[in-house]
Design a protein around this ligand. Structure first.
Ligand SMILES: Cc1ncc(C[n+]2csc(CCOP(=O)(O)OP(=O)(O)O)c2C)c(N)n1
Length: 249
């Protein structure tokens, strides 16, 4: 019988701990497929964050390094500088990257560190029980904003990709989504392009992936995909935010 779909060799043969409907699994698969298609599984070192994807080191079939909360870009900086021939990526949630780790990502991007960040923006702190993140939308309920986020109280959500695009260091920043099949394919294309840019020795690359958290959003898996599309994309527009990969180094 013909094999029409197989698990990527970029992932280990381990059942993940993610909640039903969580999109971390899809994003893991895309990163795994990209590593496999580029033939770099054995050449890649990933840095796992603190957050729901804290156990990512068990799921990716490449070498992995754990980092303290928000510090993955600092760890990746050290790893990439010691091993400039390796493909290095960080995998970070919005609490990790846009809150406790804001300084690390800004300075790594500003320095143009030559690694790739996969930024999983699900607009909430998932692991710790649904607290407000810097990316939580206005009106969105969280355990620390039970009446919904208010502009005058918590300020406006941060668009990290746009913020980083003001720096000279990043060479490629794109925001993608995984709420339907077409966008999942586009997300993979973007992740592949970022890895390729890194392999070509270009500077900092980041793919922001709009994601769901059905458990902490209090929705079914299907409703959360619709909520993402109708609420997150208008505030976090999809597309290339910065791309200088075709310019000379
Ligand atoms: C230094 C430190 N501060 C706070 C925490 C608690 N903590 C663990 S995960 C997390 C937020 C995770 O949210 P996010 O990065 O958005 O990832 P998600 O769980 O949604 O995938 C926090 C605040 C911690 N582990 N370490």
């Amino acid at each position: 019988m013909a094999v029409v779909f197989d698990r990527t060799k970029g992932l280990t043969d381990v059942t993940t701990h993610y909640c039903p409907g969580c999109t971390h699994g899809i994003i893991h698969r895309l990163v795994g497929e990209v590593m496999e298609e580029l033939g770099v599984i054995g050449e890649t070192i990933g840095v796992a964050p603190v957050g729901c994807s804290v156990l990512a080191y068990k799921y990716f079939n490449c070498d992995m390094h754990e980092a303290a909360h928000g510090r993955a870009p600092a760890v990746a900086t050290g790893v990439k500088r010691v091993h400039p021939d390796k493909v290095v990526f960080t995998y970070q949630g919005d609490g990790d990257l846009a809150s406790i780790g804001t300084a690390e990502i800004i300075h790594a991007a500003a320095r143009g560190e030559k690694f790739t960040t996969i930024f999983v923006n699900n607009a909430i702190y998932g692991m710790t029980g649904g607290q407000m993140a810097p990316t939580t939308l206005i009106g969105q309920k969280a355990t620390t904003s039970p009446y919904g986020r208010e502009k005058d109280v918590q300020g406006m959500p941060i668009r990290m990709s746009e913020m980083l695009s003001s720096l000279d260091g990043p060479v490629y920043l794109e925001r993608v989504s995984v709420h339907d099949a077409i966008h999942v394919r586009k997300a993979k294309t973007a992740i592949k392009k970022a890895f390729q840019a890194q392999i070509e020795g270009k500077g900092f690359t980041m793919i922001e992936v709009l994601s769901t958290c059905p458990t902490n959003w209090g929705m079914t898996a299907v409703d959360s995909l619709t909520w993402l599309k109708e609420n997150m994309i208008p505030y976090y527009p999809l597309g290339v935010i910065k791309d200088t990969t075709k310019e000379e180094n």
